[in-house]
Design a protein around this ligand. Sequence first.
Ligand code: SAH
Length: 506
Amino acid sequence: MKRSMVYLVGAGPGDPGLITVKGLECIKKADIIIYDYLVNVNLLKNARPDVEFIYVGKQGGAHTLEQEEINELIVKKALEDKIVTRLKGGDPYVFGRGGEEALVLRENRIPFEVVPGITAAIATPNYAGIPVTHRDCTSTFGLITGHEDPTKDESSIDWSKISTGIGTLAFYMGIKNLPYITEQLMKHGRSKDTPVAVIRWGTTSQQKTVVGTLCTIVQKAKDIKPPAITIVGEVVKLRDQLNWFETKPLFGKTIVVTRSREQASEFADKLYEYGAHVIEFPTIEIAKPDSIQPLDEAIKNIQTFNWLVFTSINGVDAFFQRLFELGKDIRELKGIKVCAIGPATEEGIKKYYIKVDCRPPKFVAESVVEELKKVTAIKGEKFLLPRADIARSFLPEELQKLGGKVTDLVAYKTVMAQPRDINLVDKIKNGEIHIVTFTSSSTVRNFLQIVGEKNTSAFNGHVQFASIGPITTQTAEEMGLRVDIKAKEYTIPGLVDAILESAAPK
Ligand code: SAH
């Protein structure tokens, strides 16, 4: 059956949450995704694992492929009997050349659908606190290309009509021509005091807004580079009251998350919600232990244990995965009590429909022993601790001292991740990164190993380090880092709170 299909999809203006439900479905079902410079690459995470990605970004003058070549590529891929999702920034039909691509598909009799997207002229002023229409200011709104060659004899823009005939004007691709645009508007009767906003990378955590008037904006926005949109009109004044996005507590902060890829998203999402620009820089990868035999042995004899004690979510997942791999299920655990070090670990256990019998108020090993003492006699009880290869010895030793019979085994190991962003050190030294977060001692050690330990002292003062708890802090300090932000509650939400507190105006 022929299933050639092309979806021309508007990916929205930048914030990945601003794609349509239908657009997201098209990403999920694509065999091939052909995407542009303005598309937020985080959206691509929603694609199938076997999808083919083709980047055809046009950035200023540097074109990876010319438009004709892009058209040919879409046709060629679709004719291979594939579902092609062509992702474009904003809306495909607003200065996006989507019409040309659709016409080529029509010529080649390839079925297609076009999915609208939220265009930059509507979304980016919104995120800069500017409603594009407002009853008191304007009842008209125009979308204009600012890309026209000013030396062209005949302008296709009738400046005399748009300058005073439309209330709010949005110029796409108009940064290079900003002097020409403002001059034309004033020449054709728009007041020189008309408010203007230039918004770069709108709706993303890197958004930058500059505000002025028709006669001052060229000077004020001289350092702004594309992609940026220019909004002209009285509505710009509302920004003083409606600037909800740039006033988020972590807006303008770039924060590095060093956790393993599997665990990063919960933390990264929270920071992002508060407006931070998050760089995921995983320092840890989770792997199977060198020998799985001790875990297999423990699972085989699981009914001889009284307590299962988990000190990390990775330990939980490693244990249950192996239980299932061995053809068993949670019925094997009947009657065995379960202890979790903290709320995240508890959530991880609940995922397997198991209730936690003991969870200490403080999320460190010391507190686990204290809490266990309250709910059980330690002496003579058998404890199974499925943990990491590098877990601290405190907990098993302490339980043993109190007469417990402890099986402490390696359920998973942590290995150092391969560095992804090799420029991170330069970025830190240039002040482009504000906070580096550590969520365990191994994130500290691996981070320093990846970036090169000789850089340690150079970091202090350039960047703030944030730590999830006292053990992590101690490791960082021993390795020469100054920890400025310390979580009061030793959890991810606790760390987020500490970061928020440090960023709050003093
Ligand atoms: N189809 C797109 C526009 C493509 S033309 C849309 O509907 O939004 C490219 C221009 O769009 C850029 O030069 C810039 O003027 C504007 N633009 C797109 N995304 C933007 C963003 N996130 N912030 C500011 N301007 C943006």
